[in-house]
Design a protein around this ligand. Sequence first.
Ligand SMILES: Nc1c(O)cccc1[N+](=O)[O-]
Length: 235
Amino acid sequence: MRLDVVTIFPEYLEPLRVALLGKAIDKGLISVGVHNLRDWTHDVHKAVDDSPYGGGPGMVMKPTVWGPALDDVLAGPDGETDPEVLLVVPTPAGRRFDQATAQRWSQEKRIVFACGRYEGIDQRVFDDAARRVRVEEVSIGDYVLIGGEVAVLVMVEAVVRLLPGVLGNQQSHQEDSFSDGLLEGPSYTRPAVWRDLEVPPVLMSGDHGKVARWRHEQSLERTRERRPDLLPSDD
Ligand SMILES: Nc1c(O)cccc1[N+](=O)[O-]
């Protein structure tokens, strides 16, 4: 999988090169390109934003900078736009990013992330891109961030960990929270008693069927309590 990120803060994406993600790069499972948007500016101040039409607070990122940047980054080896690439725009106004999204994106060959700052990017940038590639505007949650870079780190980790060979134990992500639509239940390890707190005895019973049933019930109970929205409605 090839991942590209366009940002005015390339250093924000350095975490992509450490730990498991760094190992995935070293193994050739993914390749990552981080591009500084300011490389596509032409003025001495390297301006990437301007005042919003219609007034209002803050600044909007310029289409005359983003357009050429995406023309280049979305291009394939022939210099033409690669029609198979997926353009992802992290934004509070996007559809919710979830595990199903991560699963779906893990099948992609190329994903380009456009990181906005300020009050966002001129909408025409995505309207223009949508003429040539698939564009998904997504949100990682209902809160206000300063820019899209941290959202990209979240989404890239959620996607890349699903790629074959990235996680040591391929079974790991099959037992993730959300993989069966439920929250993961509690986990325990040695010692059996810690500060007078005991590991649930069923987990030391050696009865795999009982353990599986107990874990499922724990997941259901935790999901009912913390995320009832994940459960099918009764009606
Ligand atoms: N929430 C938010 C934001 O405020 C700015 C950029 C991206 C996101 N998001 O992906 O959730």
